[in-house]
Design a protein around this ligand. Structure first.
Ligand code: AMP
Length: 115
């Protein structure tokens, strides 16, 4: 498992409230939310970036998407949310342990990817 803040959270070395947990991943609230709902879905396997994932991560990557959809619905934003993966520092990735951002609960500009 990679040694990032998320690795420490997953290992319980840093306390955090898990909104969801199963054997493959956790979901936690983002500490610096960009919207009323801003949740991170984090695999327990510490893949640094999406481009570092391998063919045998296929099931895990699909699982993360399904969990994101389930968590979004549970948080009441199932009808409108964005799922974001920042890959690489120049794309804004700051924690090099793959994670999905679920962002919802506010309007998004039509046709914009980053609004
Ligand atoms: P990224 O920029 O895609 O790597 O996203 C990393 C995210 O992790 C940012 O949105 C941070 O606000 C968030 N973050 C950093 N540390 C913590 C933490 N201890 N608990 C929850 N979220 C965190």
């Amino acid at each position: 498992m990679s040694d990032t803040i998320f690795g420490k959270i997953i290992r319980g070395e840093i306390p955090s409230d898990f909104l969801y947990e199963d054997e493959h991943c956790i979901a936690i609230n983002d500490i610096n939310p960009q919207a009323p709902v801003h949740v991170l879905v984090i695999p327990k396997r510490g893949i640094p970036r999406l481009v570092d994932s391998q063919a045998d991560d296929q099931a895990l990557l699909g699982h993360l998407m399904l969990v994101a959809a389930k968590v979004a619905e549970q948080l009441g934003v199932g009808e409108a949310f964005r799922l974001v993966v920042n890959n690489g520092a120049n794309a804004g990735q700051t924690v090099f342990h793959l994670h999905l951002h679920i962002i919802g609960g506010r309007p998004f500009a039509e046709g914009h990817l980053a609004g």
